[in-house]
Design a protein around this ligand. Structure first.
Ligand SMILES: NC(=O)C[C@H](N)C(=O)O
Length: 479
């Protein structure tokens, strides 16, 4: 089964009418993943015995019997969960993340866990203990990261929707690189209980799919208050699908000067075309400035790495996963297990974070970075006082070549320049396909004020219907 021309509605209809059986759907999905994944390496674990839930209720549950891919940093009971790390490569969780519990309640089918950068640290899915994922549009290019496996799985039609996580752009950048929709909801909208923590004040679980409506349907299921996560808002979750199919007349759309200046050539033209489409449809376009954009990347890498150095302390060779075989004493267990179990990029972030938090550096780095973060939040608040959404490019370029940035961490970090500020401010943000440049997809980013994912779905769906990018699919991925 290939999902290139399907969405949740079309599948739900066939399942409800009985022209498609959920058992067969699960089996065919696994068979197709196994057939196509030699080229992509989008999966770390494929559940060969995947089975739908019992007593499926297609009228009540839109997701009943529909296979959803799960990024491998989201904990799944009895199914190996590695965060793409050697240190967790034998970890079988004993409980489900809240998002998984909710998908189970909605009777979704689970077919496996997708590849990613180790502990979500990276922008290319090359930093995986299980090898790099390839971009279905061009196998020599990266799929972006860190949710590159989820993005490639959706873009290649292996699944209709996938969960990802986004700390600094990890849903939106791979969605842009793969020509799909991906949303990072507001911080506090989706429970992080059972998400393997990278940077707890920034991490957010979100959804990736070809069409915005599909993600709205999945977000409807996973969003909302959870006693296990005290950072979650208790406000009511709207039905996000009610924002689909609307026009954009009168919407106030801010275009950030610094974001547009970051792109040139055909990428700039394609982004400008989407803005013109909104304008022609009656949206009010305002040029705005986010002058602190140039500080966003260093700010994020201090805050995120500091939080990571603390969160990753629990992987000590004793409580979880891999333990070095050569350890001769307790200190050896810690040092050798962590040195052998963590990849280079994860070690780099732990060192950077430990340094930024150390006695002599805390004031100069972490405290300073926290102040900059507050200023970035204030800049967004000012813009949203007069605008409904902010739009612009998701990335400065389309997908780059495999191997081309892996040895240059700063270059890799700069991939996040246009996405990171939304995480620092905790606002929702999505990427929707804008067009192709030299055969590779380019993404259009839409941000909104906290808890206004609705406006994002409204604009994204309008853009989708205008440019009809969803008609395009990567070659060679059909059944
Ligand atoms: N996790 C993310 O959102 C990706 C970001 N590129 C990072 O490496 O931290």
């Amino acid at each position: 089964m290939n999902y290139l021309n399907e969405d949740i509605d079309s599948l739900n209809e066939k399942l409800a009418q009985g022209t498609l059986s959920a058992d067969k759907l699960a089996q065919d999905t696994v068979a197709n993943i196994k057939k196509t994944d030699d080229k992509l390496n989008a999966w770390i674990t494929v559940q060969e015995d995947a089975k739908p839930a019992e007593n499926l209720d297609f009228a009540k549950n839109k997701l009943a019997g529909i296979p959803i891919a799960i990024k491998d940093n989201i904990i799944t009971k009895d199914v190996k969960t590695t965060a793409a790390s050697h240190i967790l490569d034998n970890y079988i969780p004993v409980y489900d993340a809240t998002v998984i519990e909710r998908l189970k309640k909605a009777q979704a089918t689970f077919v496996g866990k997708t590849n990613m950068d180790e502990f979500a640290m990276g922008s290319s899915t090359e930093h995986s203990y299980f090898g790099a994922t390839h971009n279905p549009w061009n196998l020599d290019k990266v799929p972006g990261g860190s949710s590159g496996g989820s993005a490639a799985a959706v873009a290649s039609g292996q699944v209709v929707a996938a969960l990802g996580s986004d700390t600094g752009g990890s849903i939106r950048q791979p969605s842009a690189f793969n020509g799909i929709f991906g949303i990072k909801p507001t911080y506090g909208r989706v429970s992080r209980w059972g998400l393997i923590a990278f940077a707890s004040s920034l991490d957010e679980i979100g959804v990736m799919s070809k069409r915005a409506k599909t993600s709205a349907q999945v977000l409807n299921v996973i969003a909302g208050a959870d006693d296990h996560d005290s950072t979650l808002s208790t406000r009511e979750v709207p039905d996000f699908t009610k924002y689909i199919g609307k026009d954009v007349k009168g919407m106030r759309v801010a275009v950030v000067k610094e974001y547009m200046d970051a792109v040139d050539g055909e990428v700039h033209d394609i982004i400008q075309q989407q803005i013109d489409t909104l304008k022609d449809a009656g949206a009010i376009i305002n040029e705005v400035s986010l002058p602190l954009t140039k500080y966003a990347v260093p700010d994020y890498y201090i805050i995120a790495s500091s939080e990571a150095s603390s969160n990753l302390q629990r992987f000590d060779g004793i409580r979880y996963g891999y333990r070095s075989k050569d350890a001769k004493n307790l200190l050896d267990v810690y040092v050798k297990s962590r040195s052998e179990g963590f990849g280079e990029e994860v070690q780099r972030r732990i060192l950077l974070g430990s340094f930024a938090l150390s006695a002599g550096s805390y004031d100069r780095f972490f405290r300073q970075a926290s102040k900059v973060r507050t200023l970035i939040c204030q800049d967004f608040d000012q813009i949203f006082a007069e605008n409904d959404v902010i739009v612009g490019p998701t990335t400065t370029t389309p997908a780059f070549g495999i191997g081309s940035e892996i040895s240059d961490p700063i270059k890799m970090y700069n991939n996040d320049i246009l996405t990171i500020s939304a995480n620092l401010a905790g606002i929702p943000s999505a990427s929707v396909p804008a067009g192709l440049v030299e055969g590779m997809p380019v993404g259009f980013q839409i941000m909104a004020k906290r808890f206004d994912e609705g406006s994002i779905f409204q604009v994204a769906d309008f853009i989708e219907r205008s440019n009809q990018f969803y008609e395009k699919t990567p070659a060679g991925m059909e059944d």
